[in-house]
Design a protein around this ligand. Structure first.
Ligand code: 5AD
Ligand code: FES
Length: 375
């Protein structure tokens, strides 16, 4: 069994014949938008620098008919770092008692939204750990307040696993989208990196519930997790193809020394770029963020993500003083920056890489075409 993407380690695999086969399979995925597990695994096991460039070119082209070179900005607000979940990789899990826990006030959140709105953001992403104080009612009120102030916007929630009635109440209050990464589609790997009280089945059920309610749904996974193999990554691709989400969040796993997984290697830039590109080819219409974790693993990681098929940036617009405490992984970028400096920075980065910022709400292309979607 291979560990991830051996092309860096094993030059013997890079014969011309093998690389031509890899390119053939990439093209097949581009055209058919689906590939067998066996062929996906062949790509991951054999891809090297030559076929990598080909893959990125195909992925870049695949987003053109739907989104061109537009990059959609999402204003991220990390509203609480309290969490009662036990994910072994995560720096703010309940196991870490070194975290300085905080909860933003409603005032703080509304001010962050106002500031972001003024700069042109039209999507607010409210993200938190699974904080028991973020009850159904509290969040309903918060959503209503934001939507009253800013009608022409979308609200994305990223508040973890909840029961269906809670998801429904938040949707009815005006939430439009929900991010809940499936983390890994492999049941064995899922169990190895989560506490016993967490359920692989429930997480998947949540994603189906969110879809059934009518949210634009985002799943996603980490790349380079301890014990993750190419076979596991193939499972992620196959699961995503089945689920057919509107968004997919992918980032490298970054080791945090205050977690149960301390001492492990982190995921790399190239591994993550490959997975972004393969997701773009299998779900060409998907909204695909170039994540902060990608920008953390490499100075130009997010920009390279755009060239590998990504089309969303999620700058943090919360109060600067709390950013360092939302430390899901270490060395996170931007923790001392303000809403304004990040905004200027991302605009510069996006335009330097032949992309342009889009100031619309940035719905998934299928939703945009439904004129009735006017909430
Ligand atoms: N490295 C990278 N990503 C992480 N996440 C949590 N911990 C880490 C880490 N150490 C990701 C998970 C989660 C999202 C909010 O952040 O995928 O769903
Ligand atoms: Fe935050 Fe560059 S995006 S400083």
């Amino acid at each position: 069994m291979n560990t991830i993407l051996p092309y860096i380690k094993n030059k013997a695999l890079t014969s011309e014949k093998v690389q031509n086969r890899v390119k053939e399979l990439i093209l097949e995925l581009r055209v058919n938008k689906v590939l067998s597990a066996h062929h996906l695994l062949y790509i991951l096991d054999h891809i090297d620098e030559t076929s990598l460039e080909y893959l990125f070119k195909q992925a870049s082209e695949a987003k053109q008919p739907f989104y061109g070179n537009n990059v959609y900005l999402r204003a991220l607000i990390e509203i609480s770092n309290y969490c009662n979940k036990g994910c072994f990789y995560c720096g703010i899990s309940r196991h870490n008692n070194r975290v300085n826990r905080y909860r933003l006030t409603v005032e703080d959140i509304l001010t962050s939204c106002d500031k972001a709105y003024e700069l042109g953001y039209r999507t607010f992403v409210l993200q938190a750990g699974e904080d028991p104080r973020l009850t159904k009612e509290t969040v309903v009120k918060l959503i209503q307040k934001i939507k009253q102030r800013h009608k022409d916007t979308r609200i994305t929630l990223s508040l973890g696993e909840q029961d269906k009635a809670t998801y429904q109440a938040w949707f009815d209050a005006g939430a439009d989208r929900y991010l809940l990464r499936h983390e890994t589609a492999s049941k064995t790997l899922y169990k190895a990196i989560h506490s016993n009280d967490m359920s692989y089945e429930n997480r998947r059920q949540c994603l189906y519930n969110l879809k059934a309610i009518g949210y634009q749904v985002g799943a996603g996974f980490m790349v380079g997790l301890p014990g993750q193999t190419n076979e596991h990554l193939v499972e992620d691709l196959i699961y995503l193809k089945q689920l057919n989400p509107h968004m997919v969040g992918i980032g490298p796993y970054l080791c945090h020394e205050d977690t149960k997984l301390k001492g492990n290697a982190s995921g790399t830039l190239n591994e993550t770029l490959v997975m972004l590109a393969l997701v773009r080819l299998s779900l060409p219409k998907v909204l695909l963020p170039s994540t902060t974790a990608l920008g953390t693993v490499d100075e130009t990681g997010r920009e390279q993500g755009l060239l590998a098929g990504a089309n969303v940036f999620m700058p943090n617009v919360g109060p600067t003083e709390y950013k360092k405490d939302y430390e899901i992984y270490q060395n996170k970028i931007c923790v001392t920056d303000t809403t304004e400096t990040c905004y200027i920075c991302v605009r510069g980065r996006i335009s330097q890489y032949q992309h342009q910022v889009n100031f619309g709400v940035g719905d998934h292309v299928d939703i945009e075409r439904m004129t009735s979607y006017d909430r």
